[in-house]
Structure formats: structure tokens, C-alpha cells
Design a protein around this ligand. Sequence first.
Ligand SMILES: *Cc1c(COP(=O)(O)O)cnc(C)c1O
Length: 352
Amino acid sequence: MRRLIRACYTGAGGYSYAKKADDVAREYGFDRVAHLASNENPWPPSPAAIEAAADALRTANRYPDERASALIEALRRYHGDYRFVTGSGMDGVIETVIRTVVEPGESVVVSTPTFSFYGIAAAAHGARVTSVPRREDFSVDPAAFIEACRGAKLAFLCSPNNPTGNSVPPEVVEEILEEMDGLLFLDNAYVDFADLDYRPLMHRHENLILGRTMSKLFALAGFRVGYAFVPEWLEPFYQKAATPFALNSVSMAAAIGALGDLDRMQKIRDHVRIWRRRFLEEIPFRVYPSDANFVMIDVTPHTGDEVTERLAARGVLVRSCTSFPGLGNHYIRVSIGEDWENAQFLEAIKDI
Ligand SMILES: *Cc1c(COP(=O)(O)O)cnc(C)c1O
């Protein structure tokens, strides 16, 4: 029956998931494992999010509001007067945007090395993926990116970038927006941890989408809530392409609760800033400066897989970067977790 499967799914590829903490704990006999592989928030969601979600369970016999009006209102309170669309995680938003604008066979541009899902989702839609490598220091070469975008309807750029951690300056994004023909999807999954604001660009450009997620700073990864700032003209078409009721009512309620808990968010931001500096100073390998809640580390002369395995044996889960296309095999990515997790990681990496 294998012949029934589309060619793009019979070979290697697909999304690479981090190893499960429970598996590592069992394999090496640890009670607890430092969980630094997936850039999650180490703490539970805000109590306000949990309460709102629990309330929403009572009416879960009903379909959710297909327009996500209450969530969009909460986003306007938080960000100001912008146009928003929502989805099942930012991953869901990415899929819907591709479906809205790209015909099968057309080209989608991706700045690499980066988050793999843009390419996976584009390929699943039958699009051709054009990768534009970043420079040696992982900065973006705007001229090369603009050149690759000629004739393409959609391009993906991640800032702060996963897994390298660096950001594209807003001036460079603006230069790209002015020159490209199509839409730019700027993935801002980690912008909550950076001192950067791309939102003003929405007022000046009709071809910009800012992708956001509640999975990282807002601690709702399990709820799958994503959204995007979109130009006004795009919104009705996105709605037509979207899967009906993709964002469920319990998750929406959780997101509204979380958006109201600003104190908690500020505490987490401060914690990430402190540990980002300590990681840069104390890790005995080359650490790339990061604007996100993780850092990328060059573990030469070891490989990323080897160091990831050795850290797992010490009860620390990190992400080997060998599965990121366009990156060498000697990098790992380490999330900033709770104090004990970060300390356990520092102790273990110093022994390698
Ligand atoms: C985590 C992540 C996302 C996906 O977020 P979800 O909302 O959980 O789907 C998108 N882009 C990047 C770069 C990420 O690291």
C-alpha cells in the first residue's frame, strides 16, 4: 500500500522532535532531567490562563468562535490596533499562509539555517523551496535574499533566528520589504525575549506578516496558540483558506488569560536575560550572542550529536543542531530553563 503515499513522505525528512525527557530519565536512571531541548518556558502557564481554560471546558460541547473575536480583542489590548489572524500554533498559521498565496509548483524562499517547518509545510503544499544561506556569522545578506525573492510570492525570515539566536535589524527587514515582490513572513517566535520591535513596520508595508506564538514566553506550548499581524487586505483571504475551528475554545481562553498576566512575563524575561549573559560568560566553547531564550554553541572538536548524548548521560537534554539544513554538525542549541536546570547544564558542559 506504500505506493499510495506521496513521494515527499516516502524518503527521509519530516520534523525532528527533541528526545523525550522521560525516555532519557529512564535510560540513565535519573529522577529528574534538565529539559533544555525545546525552548519552552520551564514554568507552568499563568494561573489566570489555567483558570480561564478550566472555565472554557464547561462549554466545550459548542464549536469555538470561528473569528476568535475575544482573543483578537485581547491581542489588540496587548499590542494596539493591528489586524490579526490566529491558528493552531504559529505552525498552523504558517500552513494557512502558504495555502492562501502559493500555488503548487511555485517557489517559496527560506533564509537558512533556520526552523525547518517553513520548508516542510511548503513542500507538503507542492511548492519548490529556495534556500538562501546566511553569511558565515549567520547575519542575513539582504542583496542575496532580495535576489532570491525575485518572482516569489512568499519568503520566510526568522528573527530572532532559531537555532542561531541572532536577530535581523529592522532596517534590514525594511530594505528587503521595499525591494521584494511578494509577502515576507517574519517569524517573531522569540521576539518577546529581545529588545526589538518590528510592529511599526506593519504601518509602512503592505507585504509583511509578523508570526507570533504563545508557546514560548507565554508558556502555552501544549495549548497550540499562534497568531500573526497581517496587512488588512490579506485577512479575508486567510479566513477562506483556514481550516474551520483550527484554534479550539479552551486554548483561546488560556491565551486570553496569559496575555493579562504581564508581571509573570516580565519576571521570565528578566530571568532569561540573566542566564543568557551567564551562558555567554561561563560556557567553555564558542557561544553565539542570542536575543532569544536559548543559545547556540559551537562544540568543535566534538560533534553536536556526541555532546548531546554525553549531556543526556548527565541528565541534561539539549538539542543537537545536525538536523538543521545548512548548518554544520558541530553545534548544539540549549534553552534557558529553571536555575537548577541551567546550573546542571553548566556543570556538565564544563566537563566535556
Ligand atoms: C517554536 C517555534 C514556532 C512554533 O510555534 P508554535 O506556535 O508552537 O507552533 C515557530 N517558529 C519558530 C522559529 C519556533 O521556534
